[in-house]
Design a protein around this ligand. Structure first.
Ligand code: ZN
Length: 508
């Protein structure tokens, strides 16, 4: 007769196997999604939609399967009796949370949300083009109502915005983030003003970032591939392709990066590729043996974004990085760069443009102000202290306060982002939390690895990557963003390191 321990082990293995199969299914639909944005023939849209729909049905059936529920319950009982270890606890708790979320929502609500998101996208795109918020307002109203219904069904009835945040960053709350953002705003607004005055004065003297035109795209492709490979992205287990908007898809042994090339802006492809490679390095570094379970998943969007930002900003905008990259750039672009000095090249990589109203075009200094604005408005919408009809006015007012300028129309204001058309609330804060964590990790990494910048100047990045693998990637989702930051850096997640980093790099 088998003993109790082996019964527990068997039950746990069975749960892991179910979670692994769920992940495999998810990876197939992820791959189809990648293909849709990279390769799909123009006429194949309907066929692909049918494939995606069938896969979504299969995924939903597997995720709500009664056998999965029973496997989770069995493991919970084993845990309560002390029959499973701490790692198993992480896996079982996360599986329970996900299972409850998919089974507690009626399929009618899920279908309505999917329908509204796909219709909402087209309504938003047309409204943005027409610069007419009132055309989009009804979609936003419906998404908010759905989000409230979901929150009530999932036990977040009195704090629906927390559910929206928790979906991207498990365990985090609006109150926690709000406190950090107040502190960040207090430091960032004056810093941005100060830099803005300086940049305006330089402009008045006729100084500014050098224009870069006509950069050969084939050479750009060689450069971004060489750079991302040198950072450590494993091209035997990944690819880099072209899409309209850069993204990273996949995990484990098959991670797909995309970028885009513009002959008149070679730094766009360079930095978007490095950003996506940062996401890709994280996915390639997660423990493969735990694929599909919480031990093999990223800790959340904030930590994910910290990885992409760390490589993109702290590493690849540094003087040391450019002293390594410049010779390669000159070899690939001998004519394009003939009149551009090394100083001008590095300055272009660190250009700051005050007064910008568009989030996706914002530089490192101003980007977070765009996020603070959106977080504040989402929070008021969910709290009911801001009506949808009053959103454009509130947007413009905050824009004036934080960015120093009011949008001339809704297209460069409240209608600029796609997120709300799909009901993706609570996503924006992850970007800024990621920037904070990146700066904190950077401080800790420099302390732990004093020779880091010398290594960058020689094109060596394995020291930093190895440190991130051990300190961050290997831990999967054992901790939330706060716990992870505290363990790795010894400091509480907060804006101090980010403000100090921005001051150091852009203050003068
Ligand atoms: Zn990103």
């Amino acid at each position: 007769m088998p003993n109790e321990a082996s019964v527990n082990e068997k039950g746990y293995e069975a749960l892991r196997e179910r979670l692994r199969r769920l992940q495999v299914l998810g990876s197939v639909s992820g791959l189809l999604g990648w293909d849709e944005q990279v390769n799909l023939p123009e006429g194949a849209g309907e066929q692909r939609a049918a494939q995606a729909e069938l896969l979504a049905e299969l995924q939903h059936a597997a995720a709500t399967d009664a056998g999965l529920g029973a496997a989770i319950t069995g493991c919970e009982q084993a845990l309560a009796a002390g029959g499973l270890d701490a790692d198993a606890r992480v896996v079982v708790l996360a599986a329970r949370r996900d299972f409850d979320r998919v089974t507690k929502l009626p399929s009618e609500l899920v279908a309505e949300k999917a329908r509204l998101s796909s219709e909402g996208y087209h309504v938003w795109a047309a409204a943005r083009k027409a610069r007419d918020f009132s055309a989009f307002a009804p979609v936003l109203e419906k998404h908010l109502a759905l989000a409230r219904r979901e929150a009530a069904l999932l036990g977040f009835g009195d704090r629906p915005y927390d559910l929206a945040i928790d979906r991207h960053d498990p365990g985090l709350t609006a109150a926690q983030i709000g406190g950090l953002f107040v502190e960040l705003r207090a430091g960032l607004v004056p810093l941005a003003r100060r830099i803005g005055v300086r940049v305006a004065a330089a402009k008045a003297r006729g100084e500014g970032p050098v224009a870069m035109r006509g950069f050969d795209v084939t050479a750009q492709q060689r450069v971004v591939r060489a750079v991302t490979a040198r950072l450590g992205f494993d091209y035997k287990r990944g690819r880099l392709d072209v899409s309209l908007h850069p993204f990273c898809e996949g995990s484990g042994d098959d991670v797909r990066l995309t970028t885009r090339f513009n002959a008149d802006d070679p730094l766009d492809a360079l930095y978007s590729s490095i950003h996506e490679a940062g996401h890709g390095l994280y996915e390639q570094g997660l423990p493969l043996a735990h694929a599909g379970t919480a031990l093999g998943l990223a800790a959340g969007m904030a930590v994910h974004e910290s990885q992409s930002r760390l490589w993109e900003n702290q590493v690849a905008r540094s003087q040391a990085f450019w002293s390594w990259l410049e010779p390669m750039m000159r070899a690939e672009f001998p004519n394009e760069l003939s009149g551009v000095s090394g100083v001008a090249l590095h300055a272009a990589a660190n250009a700051v443009e005050p007064g910008g109203l568009i989030r996706v075009d914002a530089d490192e200094v101003h980007y977070n102000l765009h996020i603070l604005l959106r977080f504040e408005l989402e929070r008021r919408l969910f709290a009911g202290t801001l009506k949808v009809a009053d959103l454009p006015g509130a947007w413009d007012e905050l824009s004036e306060e934080m960015l120093g300028r009011r949008p001339a129309h809704a297209g460069e204001g409240v209608l600029q982002d796609v997120h709300w058309s799909g009901g993706a609330f609570g996503y924006f804060p992850s970007y800024t939390l990621g920037n904070m964590i990146a700066a904190q990790l950077w401080t800790a990494a420099r302390r732990a690895l004093p020779g880091l910048e010398g290594e960058f100047a020689r094109g060596e990045f394995g020291g930093l990557l190895g440190w991130l693998r051990t300190e961050v990637h290997a831990h999967g989702r054992r901790e939330d963003a706060f716990e992870l930051t505290k363990r790795v850096t010894g400091e509480t997640l907060g804006p101090k390191a980010l403000l100090a980093y921005l001051e150091e790099r852009y203050g003068n």
